[in-house]
Design a protein around this ligand. Sequence first.
Ligand code: ADP
Length: 268
Amino acid sequence: MREGLEDTAEAVRFDRVTKRYGEHTVLDGLDLAVGRGERVTLIGPSGSGKTTILRLLMTLERVTEGAIHVAGEPYSHMPAGQGGGGRAGKLVPASERYLASRRRGIGMVFQHFNLFPHMSVLENVVEAPVHVLRESRDAAEVRARELLGMVGLADKVDARPTRLSGGQQQRVAIARALAMRPEILLLDEVTSALDPELVAEVLDVLRDVARATDITLLCVTHEMGFARDVSDRILMFDQGRIVESGRADELLDDPGHDRTRAFLRAVR
Ligand code: ADP
């Protein structure tokens, strides 16, 4: 085990993580560390395993081998004998209950907004803080209004999501994710389902979030301009491995690998 300080400075760590579906290896012994407050963008061709990394962090998938740590604590695994003795240091696969408590610190915005259609915009944002975090409705509403103001939707609090444009719906989804006060925010191709003219408004809001908070960001995106603006670091993936990792401007302007050059040519 390394020094405690180093551990707590890490938001996320993948140790030799392999994910397989049957014979198909999607992630292959992946080592990845993301610092607290760091902004990391994952790029690479379709099928290279980027979304799987986010899905593992959302606990929508389980690792096949290896382990994930979040904020220096086991995440895919838990100490053996939680709630009853157990040998010190031994880890076992996390139980559903353990995962449910740990994933609260991680927010996610998806390609499809998944808002509750029968609730107003405000109710969509208030719901989880009240039911999951047990915040008072009044406090949750005050915060929801603040967040909806931040994403430019102060005048839409009473609207139904279906009356909003895709860009506005995605901005509600961003406010909803932030309402859970996550330490880590996962962004999975958040503009891919939007009409081109709505992309900019969503990316502008995310740039504001990146500027105004110290949240750790992990993004999967094909928007290279956005990746350049918000990322401290970009990781280029291919076939479940990191081909290249570097500072955003360095990797985008002067990639070191042919695979990265070919990919960047294709997406630009
Ligand atoms: P990316 O985000 O880079 O496009 P993904 O992480 O979504 O890649 O997918 C990586 C690979 O894993 C793809 O080949 C995909 O077909 C496969 N995959 C993802 N989910 C499943 C699943 N539930 N069952 C089988 N294969 C899957």
